[in-house]
Design a protein around this ligand. Structure first.
Ligand SMILES: C[S@@+](CC[C@H](N)C(=O)[O-])C[C@H]1O[C@@H](n2cnc3c(N)ncnc32)[C@H](O)[C@@H]1O
Length: 201
């Protein structure tokens, strides 16, 4: 299978990243959007799930979780680290998510720290595909990274405004737009900030 362009650098850096991803508290990371998370049991899709730290939080809290992760090293580590958490792992990627059946729908879709790895064409193709995955009252929660680009990875400067416009073209209205600092110490010190966005129909 061809390498997914947005994953550039992740397999090489997986070893350092695994402990970083696992050390960040779900509640701290997602504080701005916690009120938009539906009650369990609901169906959650985490796209670009990394090591599945967030997916495990959902699974352990009684949600049905699908974790999509194209980087084998992160996905395999996540499967091993969270083997006791009932997570359905899928090797797939944006924009197409071709391994998720067309009719499959979720109450919540999380895209955390992933969207800025997609180029303009991929972002435009991904938004309608993501919208198709949401139930009528479902929520999409996203975060966009701003600041210095991570060395060795493919990242683009993506604004909240562009993302809100793309979502709107897929009939999704914005219910949250907040700027936050990084939950992780290293990123905070590097001056990386985040847009926290949420959408529903
Ligand atoms: C910064 S990590 C975030 C991981 C996780 N969401 C978290 O918050 O810990 C970005 C993730 O996006 C994944 N990724 C990159 N390009 C992707 C694509 N086109 N589709 C899905 N995931 C992608 C990478 O493999 C990596 O796991």
């Amino acid at each position: 299978m061809a390498i997914v362009p947005g994953t550039k650098g992740y397999s090489e850096q997986a070893e350092q990243l695994i402990s970083r991803y696992e050390s960040i508290s779900f509640v701290v990371k997602h504080r701005a959007a916690l009120h938009l998370i539906p009650r369990a049991p609901s169906e959650v899709l985490d796209i670009g799930a990394g090591t599945g730290a967030d997916a495990a939080w959902f699974a352990d809290a009684g949600y049905f979780v699908v974790a999509v992760e194209p980087t084998a090293e992160l996905r395999n580590s996540g499967m091993a680290l969270h083997s006791k958490s009932p997570i359905e792992w899928i090797d797939d990627s944006l924009p197409d998510l071709s391994r998720l059946p067309q009719g499959r729908k979720f109450d919540l879709v999380m895209i955390t720290a992933v969207w800025m790895h997609l180029d303009e064409r991929e972002r435009a193709a991904a938004m309608p595909r993501v919208a198709m995955l949401l139930r009528p009252k479902g929520n999409l929660i996203m975060s966009l990274r701003h600041g210095p680009h991570a060395l060795g990875r493919r990242t683009f400067d993506v604004s909240a405004e562009e993302t809100v416009q793309l979502a709107s073209a897929s009939s999704l209205r914005c219910t949250l737009s907040a700027k936050t600092e990084s939950a992780g110490e290293l990123n905070r010190r590097a001056g990386i900030t985040w847009s926290r966005l949420a959408f529903t129909f």
